[in-house]
Design a protein around this ligand. Structure first.
Ligand SMILES: CC(C)(COP(=O)(O)OP(=O)(O)OC[C@H]1O[C@@H](n2cnc3c(N)ncnc32)[C@H](O)[C@@H]1OP(=O)(O)O)[C@@H](O)C(=O)NCCC(=O)NCCS
Length: 184
């Protein structure tokens, strides 16, 4: 498990700059992550654009996968998670019929949450790059992500980051999602 911790200065399109601490999360961060997820979800105009991830799955990922928190003034203001290239029903490769050998090459970008007061600093794209770096170190050659077609900010960020739509279909309790992939 890497112990990533970094201070980054990011800018908004207005020119406003802010320093953030981005670090790997541990089990001790679980309750803050659950609170942030709920806050972001409750603030959404259309909650159908985001499928809440269970506490059990986030807990599992804190132990087995890659979870990064972003802090400003010691407060968790953004969070992201990537399921490692491991064989699991949670590996998005299972959505597109990848056999186990291919799942071992494939990471899944599962969550990106940014508190509404801190949007516009490009944190989601930063998270994509950060997770891809870790995926490469872990020997993965492909990254998959699911996005609601109406989630235009998230979709634009992933398309801009080089992801391509593989398929669009009902996934989470029937909610339609694009499945996007990037290979390297
Ligand atoms: C998707 C999300 C992570 C993007 O946050 P971000 O990285 O801070 O967004 P960006 O920096 O790319 O923002 C680019 C622009 O879009 C705006 N924007 C981003 N998300 C927005 C939202 N949900 N509603 C309205 N405007 C938004 C930003 O303010 C910024 O505007 P500007 O260019 O005028 O300054 C964030 O909107 C979010 O947490 N959404 C809810 C959860 C979600 O859908 N996650 C993705 C699926 S896991």
């Amino acid at each position: 498990m890497c112990h990533f911790s970094q201070i980054v200065t990011l800018s908004r399109s207005t020119g406003q700059k802010m320093d953030f601490l981005i670090r790997r999360c541990t089990e001790a961060d679980l309750s803050d992550i659950m609170k942030l997820q709920l806050k972001v979800y409750e603030d959404m105009c259309d909650p159908g654009l985001y499928a809440l991830v269970s506490e059990e799955n986030i807990h599992e990922s804190l132990l087995e996968d890659y979870c990064f928190g972003t802090y400003h003034d010691d407060q968790l203001i953004a969070f992201t998670m990537m399921i490692a290239n491991r064989v699991s029903y949670r590996n998005y490769g299972t959505y597109v019929g990848y056999p186990e050998e291919r799942q071992k090459q494939c990471v899944s970008l599962e969550i990106s949450l940014v508190d509404s007061d801190y949007r516009g600093f490009g944190l989601q794209k930063y998270f994509v790059t950060l997770r891809e770096k870790e995926a490469k170190k872990a020997g993965a050659t492909e990254s998959l992500v699911t996005i609601a077609p109406g989630n235009k900010y998230s979709l634009n960020n992933l398309l801009d980051s080089g992801y391509e739509i593989l398929d669009t279909r009902p996934l989470y309790e029937g909610a339609v999602r694009h499945i996007l992939s990037k290979k390297w």
